[in-house]
Every structure is written in structure tokens, then in C-alpha cells.
Design a protein around this ligand. Sequence first.
Ligand SMILES: NC(=O)c1ccc[n+]([C@@H]2O[C@H](COP(=O)([O-])OP(=O)(O)OC[C@H]3O[C@@H](n4cnc5c(N)ncnc54)[C@H](O)[C@@H]3O)[C@@H](O)[C@H]2O)c1
Length: 460
Amino acid sequence: MSDSRPNSAAVSRRRRYAIVGLGSRHELYQDGIETVYARQAELVGLCDANPGRIELARRRSARHGAIVPPGYLAADFARMLAECRPDVVIVTTTDSSHHDYIIRAMDAGCDVITEKPMTTEAANCRRILDTRRRTGRRCRVTFNYRYSPPRSQVKDLLMSGVIGDVLSVDFHWLLNTHHGADYFRRWHAEKKNSGGLFVHKSTHHFDLVNWWLGAVPVSVVATGKREFYTPEMARRLGLGGPHERCHTCEAKSRCGFQLDLSASAALKALYLDHEGHDGYVRDRCIFRPEIDIEDTMNALVTYDTGATLSYSLNAFNAWEGYTIAFNGTKGRLEHSIVESVYVNGTETVQGGVAEDGVKIRVIPLRGAGYGVQPWSAEGDHGGGDRLMLEDIFLPEPASDKYLRAADERAGACSILVGIAANRSMATGAKVTVSDLIGELPTPDYAPMPSRVADLPMPAK
Ligand SMILES: NC(=O)c1ccc[n+]([C@@H]2O[C@H](COP(=O)([O-])OP(=O)(O)OC[C@H]3O[C@@H](n4cnc5c(N)ncnc54)[C@H](O)[C@@H]3O)[C@@H](O)[C@H]2O)c1
């Protein structure tokens, strides 16, 4: 499967995509391929470990009026590649299985689009980088957060040099107890599946900082703990301790964290109806003792530019969103978003109204600070998902001065901060990022202000 296959060089030919991992996230890609981008793309194969979700995805194709692709179980992934001959494999399985599909797809001559985090372990990161180099295939990591208009705008402001060189960053991300709790219900709650939130979730945030600064991480020191999603908290909240799952829980009527799978047609169809195949339970108790990920994390990161990052992630907060401040040689850039987060199945919107919740402010070293009108767009993840799909599926996407399309190098530089943070938490020591995989790749970054250029003397 390479570009030498019949027709593969024809510009007008639709690109052939296969998707492995047919849970909730894959829908973005399947819908994109079979609706908005149906003239540029076709879905030729579907693969999952769960036969129920394969059939569900095939029915989705039928609803789109598309040719229904054949479905393959995970064990038949290689056969799917041989029979369906995709140009590109989209990987939307659980995090710790990404590397296996990324590597096998590239080895079979396919390009890859993978969801974040690219992988969860340093050794598998190295294997992906080596496979990419050996095969010459492309590996794209879909950092949709970069495409959110206000975050692109922050990149634009930093590139303009309005605050000079960034010397330090303070970044604090809050997950509320609807969205945050969801990471403690299922596979994310075990480090062996997700790498913990420092990898699974913070990969977005570390990538943003790497990309905003145009920098490569050098060292990480971190702490973390779990004190909210614990059996003890279930007792303190009057639940008599943790239970197995919401669906059968005798305490569900008095639990403010209940996820009712049967009340949501989408969740029931995707998860509850197919538990019998693989035992994947979507609504496990968020207070159960087996959880081994943290809900409170702090990291100090240094970069090759000399910049430093002070970062925190908290998963049981009163609101959802983040605050970030860039401290530069000419001033400070402050940005914050209070997000509206709808958690499927809970019928809940909590937080601020996203539009009102976006703030960007520049404060020069001297003189008054001023607000900047935030850029905006419609759609999921602040409009970022839609813009990213354009970038992925249009054969000739508009040139992008922010270089938002990320590959395996950016995928590596973001997860390695989280993996280093996990190691630092475990050992108490500062971790040098390049020690994790040997040579660290340098992603392509848009040019940033020069750190050695002359600076205006601030007024007295
Ligand atoms: N960029 C974003 O904003 C964003 C948002 C949500 C999810 N994601 C990512 O998308 C991926 C999927 O997340 P999700 O929420 O759809 O999870 P999910 O649990 O809904 O779906 C995962 C699917 O993978 C299948 N699967 C698990 N192990 C497999 C294996 N070894 N082989 C084949 N299939 C396997 C499961 O059966 C399931 O259908 C994750 O990596 C997640 O981090 C990214």
C-alpha cells in the first residue's frame, strides 16, 4: 500500500480512509468523511475490538447514504489493510493501543492520523519516531486545541512580538466535576490505559505551550495526588463508600455524580448495549479503589528557549476552563476561557457562556493594559474541530502561518512532558525529557520573536 498503487497519484481521486477505534471520538472523522468531505474522502474500512460498535458504525454509514464499509475485528486489522487498501488509517482507539496501530499502518505503507495522546509510554514513542523515519509515511497528531480561534489568536499575538520574548508562563487548567469525573469512570482511570491525566489530558496543554512558545521541553519536575475521587470521599458524601457502577447502584438516587447510561439514547447505543462483547463498562463508580490516576497535578517545565512553565491541572473544580499568563520582555499576555461543558448523558451545561468567557489582555511593561477582542468560530472545541477537519480532509488546505497541523514530533514533545511528569511524581526527582527517548525531535514551528534582538528601554 504505497503511492505506487493504481490511481493513487490521481489528484481527483478520493483519499481512502480506514478507522480503527469506533467509540465516541471516531464519529467526528466518520461524519466528516461521509458528509462534508465526501467529495474528497471515502471510508473503506472500519475496525474495533467490539463487534457491536462495528455494526453501529456501519449503520452510521448507511444513514449518511455512503457505501457501507466492511467491518473488521481488532485481530483482523492487517487483513483490513490488505483488503481495503486505505491510504490513511485514522486511529481513535484507547490511548495505550495507539502505537500498535500507528506502527502497523505505517509499516503497511499507509499514512496515519492519530488522536492524542500519540502514545502513553516513552519506548513506544521512540518506536513511532523510528517507524516514521524508516517508512517515510506521514503521521499526523490531531491537536484540535491549536485550531480554537482564541488560541490561534494567542499564537498570533506572541508571533507579533507584542510582549517580546516569553520568559515564563503560568498555566492552570480546571475540569469541573461533570467533565472531570468522566475520566474516572472508565479506561482513562487506569494509568496503563491512558498514562494518567498528565498524559491523556495534559498532552493538549503541553502541546499548546510547546507550540505557543515554539520551544522544545527540556526538564520536568512534578507532583500529583488523588484526594477527591476516592472511596473516602464517597463515605464523606454519604454514599456509604464506593459502589461498582451507576447502572446498578443502590445509592444512585442520592449521588450527584450518577451517569445514567439508559437515559441517553447515544450512550446506551454506543456502550450499554455492547457491554456483553468486551466488558467495557462506561459508568463505573468514580470513587472505586482501583483508580490509580491523579486528580490534582502540578508541574514545572523548562524549555530550550530558557522559558519556564508553571502548570496545574485540577479535575474536581467549580468551573471548567483555564487561565494562562505569558510573561515577556515587553509585557504580559493574559488569556482565560470559562467553558460551557456539556457532558453527554447528564443533560448538564455548567460553567460560563463560552463567548463571554473568553478573555485576552495585553499589559505592556509601562502604560495601560488593554483587552483584545477574541476571535471566535462555531462548533465543538470552540470551533477547533471543524477547522481541523478542513485542514485534514481538503486536498489543498489554505496555507497556515501558525503551522497548526502537527506531526509525530509535536506528538512526542507533548506526551514526553507528561511521561516525564509521571516519572518525577514517582521518583521525586527532576526528569530530563531527552533521557526518556534519546534524541528529541524538533517540531516545525512558525518563527517567533528573536530572543537576542534589541529591546526598547521602558519609560521611567
Ligand atoms: N482531541 C480530543 O479532543 C479528543 C476527545 C475525545 C477523545 N479523544 C481521543 O480519542 C480516542 C478515543 O476516545 P473515545 O472517547 O472515543 O473512547 P471510547 O472508549 O468511546 O472508544 C474507544 C474505542 O476503541 C475500541 N478499542 C479499545 N481498544 C481497542 C483495540 N486494542 N483495538 C481496537 N479497538 C479498540 C473500543 O472498543 C471503543 O470502541 C482516545 O485516544 C482519546 O484520547 C480525543
